[in-house]
Design a protein around this ligand. Sequence first.
Ligand code: FBP
Length: 658
Amino acid sequence: EVFRQPFTLLETDDQYRFEIDKEAKRQLAHIIGNTVQRVKGSDDLKDGEKENYRQPRNIGIVFSGGPAPGGHNVIAGLFDSAKRANPQTKIFGFLMGPDGIINGDCVELTRELVDRYRNVGGFTMIKTGRTKIDNREKMDFSRETCKRLGLNALVVVGGDDSNTNAAFLAQEMFDDGIQVIGVPKTIDGDIQVRDANGKVLCAMSFGFHTAARAFSQAIANLCTDASSDVKYWHVCKVMGRVASHLALEVALQTHANMTLIGEDLADYVDNARLEKAAEQGVVDYTAYGMTLRHLSRVVCDAIMDRAAVGKNYGVLVVPEGVLEFINEIQTFIIKLNTIIADYNKLHDRDFHTAFLTLEDKLEYLRRLVRGIRKDISYNVWNARDDELFNDIPAFFQEGLLTERDSHGNFQFSQVKTEKVLLDLVKDYLGLLKEKGRYKVGIEEAQFTKTLEKGGLDPELYGPILFENWKQAQYLMIRQTIISKKTLKAALVKADILGDEDSVPAPIETIYEQSVPKFKTQTHFYGYDGRGSDPTRFDCIYTYNLGQTVFSLIANGATGQMAAILNLEQDFARWRPIGIPIAPLMHLEERKGKLELVLEKSVVDVKAPAFRVVKAFREKWLAAAADGDHYRHPGPIRFTGSSEEDRPITLLLNAMAKN
Ligand code: FBP
């Protein structure tokens, strides 16, 4: 509605409050006083204002960070409204992300080019990159580029780190009169903005819905496959560098048997351990949060519960960033970040190029423990760390020692999280199998089928063998059958079989069927969903974001992020706004030191979306003889309305809004 009118204007909305970080006040003085702006439609403007609104402008736009479906429509929305205000306005697209700004590499976007990419996924039109404009030199180059192009405004389409970049650029170019506007992008869905009183300003970044729907379609297909050939556990790692929003949405969309939510694991409290410590008058802080081993046991329990009713298959969803929520891993990451940063500073050399092999890196850590290297961080890594670190598989050690991205983030997408977890699960299941606790009973009907498959007449052999079968099962449970040979020997000993050669065909399969095999297939849902064409929701959302960006620019704003209120409601009720970025920033550990960044939003375990998943957990695990409860959202649809036209987490969490 707002954008149907020929002009827009901004109105301060003073109902929102922010807790402002002292450092943000100091470093972002020009833009820290910004307030929330409502974009209103207007039929007419006063004389001077009209000219101002319609003045020809040069606007640059850049994609920053990972691709997210809908980015091209942000450009289209901006292009259309800018050209409507003045056809002389020029829009420049910076190539390859922030590098394009630093190197002055850009193209002017024509209508023909913009039209070609409307509603198309990816960031293919101008590409993207992860470079951070984080030092004086890069800042100077960027400023020079903007001035050389005569830019009135620069638009940064990106995630939390990119909007952090946008705030610093707005501060830097304030005196040059170059406005900088951010756009909340990321499939991870972790840019969700609320004010200090919990009032929602941005409920969801764009791209999240599409990626979640693409992952859900594929994972629902696996649920169908798993429950058809009933032999695999499909382990699906789902993107989301830190927050588990995508995994949560997938759980709601598919009802997969088990979905881990990192934030929930971090919230875990081992009450028994706390009580035991309290008896001794101490507080055991290790009782807070889940350990990796404990997590593997939780997964094992689920596998065993299903196995107990004959279901040796299932679908497990693991968020990419799950390890970030495991205490011991988080501690490793922080300690290693410090050690690597200290090394780079002290030796003026890069840790990752100085130590090429894993063994070299491990030796460096060992030398810190032995006190041979008195580097700044030698007391950060102690013997206990070394011991725990040596207990984890080499490929994971390697993962923990890989290079951080340019923003100092640990690159979870490079670590085989699912393998780390599965190896522990397999170890533990092996242990339980040995103890005879991981087993499955076979029903008479299933046994009859086995007889038929073996070419034996169930009528004739059934009554005899079924009697014996019970004994065999009993033996297996009691005597911990660990191999087929042992089973046969036990059957011979119990006079169920004459000798090993007279084993009837079905007995061959008894072992196969009664000692469950934990067979897995692993999948990674990430880059594919990022490249998907946007859903109708994301197409409309992003086009409106583009128009909002232009309104903010045309009305002189800077250091603001474009957003839309009421995303959970009908499109007609959406309200475009500008959110001040600086008041959202806080200090966070990056590359071993504290930096001012935009706060990431993780899953709120008290919010309705998670509470629903928690309430249905047991049902979806379906550890009873009746069927599973999978849900099939189907493919992404571009026309018509369907219950999937908005993220379910968005709809549920809106119930607790404001
Ligand atoms: P953005 O935050 O930049 O949108 O990227 C998110 C993401 O899709 C994460 O889920 C994932 O960890 C990361 O990109 C992987 O990208 P890369 O391979 O470039 O690190």
